[in-house]
Design a protein around this ligand. Structure first.
Ligand SMILES: [Zn+2]
Length: 251
């Protein structure tokens, strides 16, 4: 007969072994082929699963391994999305999505200067990104075009089923539409033109396109566009993009 004490002891060693196995598995970064130690193991950050470089990659791209789309990868899908929008501009789903996206832009308040964004919350940064889009004259239709473009790009190029990547890619494209903060004098002349020799970054600043606010920004846009992002629509845009892309590439 095994004593209670011995049983408890056996249970403990099983637990300890599991713990050891677990900590052993987490010493290396979880990205396939990456030989770096996790942040926790290397003592250079909090992640127990990924190395410093891959944590930073994820912050920027929304995926640990798939980099953001290049402009030329997106271009055919954007053309097809534009074409689709022209053909469906009067449809109730499109009108409703544009209305909701316009509402999002107009509810965003005044932008915080990019010079003062450090340390602000992700919500503040996302609001500011929307406010800058509005000030740059962008509309709900521009945002819907982005949502359609990225949804179709993801359906063809992947990775599918990664909402975070989708959100970040939508935010990145939106981010590119708006300018940063350009400091001007009382006559509206940019200081960067007055002091031509000075370091440009003293007078012009673009918020970094990485981190939590990019997820929020993409999520907000996709949520309001969702009524116009039906499966058939995305498939039609994808097919349109592939037909023009192959037309250019193969003939
Ligand atoms: Zn790594």
């Amino acid at each position: 007969m095994i004593s209670r004490n011995a049983r408890r002891k056996a249970a403990e060693t099983v637990k300890e072994r599991a713990k050891k196995r677990l900590s052993g598995a987490l010493v290396k970064c979880a990205v396939l082929g990456c030989q770096h130690a996790t942040q926790k193991a290397a003592g250079n950050g909090l992640s127990k699963t990924h190395c410093k470089a891959h944590v930073e990659f994820h912050r920027r791209h929304g995926s640990y391994w798939r980099r953001s789309y290049l402009a030329r990868e997106i271009a055919p899908f954007r053309r097809a999305a534009r074409q689709w929008l022209r053909e469906h501009e009067g449809s109730p789903e499109v009108l409703d999505a544009i209305d909701q996206l316009d509402g999002l832009l107009f509810a965003s308040g005044r932008p915080i200067s990019a010079f003062n964004l450090n340390g602000r919350s992700s919500v503040d940064k996302a609001q500011t990104a929307l406010a800058r889009l509005r000030e740059a004259g962008k509309t709900g239709e521009d945002l819907l075009e982005i949502a359609l473009t990225i949804s179709a790009t993801v359906s063809e190029l992947g990775p599918r089923g990664n909402d975070e990547f989708l959100n970040v890619q939508v935010a990145k494209l939106a981010h590119r539409l708006a300018s940063g903060t350009i400091l001007k004098n009382h006559e509206g002349v940019p200081y960067s033109e007055i002091y031509k020799g000075a370091k440009g970054s003293m007078f012009v600043r673009y918020p970094r396109a990485a981190g939590g606010y990019m997820r929020l920004l993409g999520q907000a846009i996709l949520k309001r566009a969702s009524g116009a992002l039906e499966r058939e629509t995305i498939q039609a845009i994808r097919a349109g993009a592939l037909s023009t892309a192959s037309g250019v590439g193969n003939h």
